[in-house]
Ligand binder design. Structure first.
Ligand code: UFG
Length: 326
């Protein structure tokens, strides 16, 4: 029996595939390479280049392989882009989920681990955020993920775990795989472009938030800790666990300025900054309570130290200043 990883050539997908293979699982990847990278595909996995919105592609995969469970990463995930082009998000994310669920139902695959997001909460009413808190997305990306979570819930004979990630960061420590988005919008890779000479400075989006140093606070979680959580979730479902939703974060917040000074320590250089305007839709603080994942999934993040997280990102970016180049 195999695990089908939808979006296994993407950032979090590729790191999870790495961990699945390490754990001795048989892995099938489907990815349309729209944002994923051919070079990020683990050679030990069987790869199908295709789109999950294409039922013929999925039926071929489910016919040619015995799929025990699905781990679903295949989605668009840029907040800003989703505001500009909401229908792209409803088509790829929501409609993609429908076609995937139809195939799973048809072929009797009864377990799914789903890649969800803190963006399902919107502007939090209190910190840290609990899974039982109100979900009120402030952008189409978060809305699409919330709809996807709700769709899964109604499918008979399907058990699920939805994992709501906070700010994924870092890379495999060897620097073989890492983060490579086009365009890059995430804070840590953009900061590291400055010491790489690819960017003159990092712009801090707003210095007038109601936080101690005026910049936004986020909960950064290492991509390998996220990967581990997917494997724990899979085993939880295998052991008969009930369908459920879990936050994944370190439970500690760092401001934009704190992340920049940690990056300066890691790279051993001063990083030039400029203060810019606030970015629309950025909440002042997002910090997870991950107590539930710790208690029920027995998840223990290994990278609690933000400098260590940035160090792994730096190894990847230094070795691959232009990303995968594929
Ligand atoms: N930031 C800057 N300058 C930059 C880039 C980012 O100051 O050049 C700031 C942002 O304003 C934010 C923080 O750095 O305060 C982190 O920004 P990211 O873009 O790295 O991450 P987000 O918190 O915006 O987004 C993350 C995930 C999304 C998810 C969202 C939940 O990447 O997928 O959290 O709100 F939807």
């Amino acid at each position: 029996m195999s695990i089908l990883v939808c979006g296994g050539a993407g950032y979090i997908g590729a790191h999870t595939v790495y961990k699945l293979i390490e754990a001795g699982e048989s892995v099938i990847i489907v990815d349309n390479l729209q944002t994923g990278h051919r070079k990020a595909i683990n050679p030990a996995a069987k790869f199908y280049e295709g789109d999950i919105r294409n039922s013929t592609t999925l039926e071929k995969i489910f016919t040619e392989n015995k799929i025990e469970a699905v781990i679903h990463f295949a989605a668009n995930s840029l907040v800003g882009e989703s505001v500009q082009n909401p229908l792209k998000y409803f088509n790829n994310n929501v409609y993609g989920m429908q076609i995937l669920l139809e195939a799973m139902e048809k072929f009797g695959a009864d377990k799914i681990v789903f890649s969800s997001t803190a963006a399902t909460y919107g502007e939090p009413e209190k910190i840290p955020i609990l899974e039982t808190d109100k979900t009120a997305p402030t952008n189409p990306y978060g809305e699409s993920k919330l709809i996807m979570e709700k769709m899964i819930k109604w499918i008979k004979n399907l058990r699920y775990v939805s994992l709501r990630y906070f700010n994924a960061a870092g890379a495999l420590e060897s620097g073989e795989i890492g983060e490579d988005h086009h365009p890059e919008t995430h804070l840590i890779p953009l900061i590291l472009q400055v010491p790489l000479g690819k960017r003159d400075h990092i712009t801090i989006f707003g210095e007038d938030y109601p936080t101690p140093d005026g910049t936004c606070i986020r909960d950064y979680i290492h991509v390998l800790d996220l990967a581990d959580a997917h494997i724990l979730a899979l085993n939880y479902l295998r052991a008969g666990g009930n369908s459920d939703i879990f936050n994944l974060g370190n439970g500690k917040g760092f401001s934009v300025k704190e992340i920049i000074s940690s990056a300066e320590k890691v790279v051993g250089k001063k990083i030039k900054t400029e203060i810019g305007a606030r970015r629309a839709g950025d909440p002042a603080q997002l910090i997870a309570s991950s107590d539930k994942a710790r208690k029920i999934l027995h998840w223990t993040p290994q990278f609690a130290d933000v400098e260590k997280i940035i160090e792994t990102a730096w190894t990847w970016h230094k070795n691959n200043p232009n990303g995968y180049e594929d």
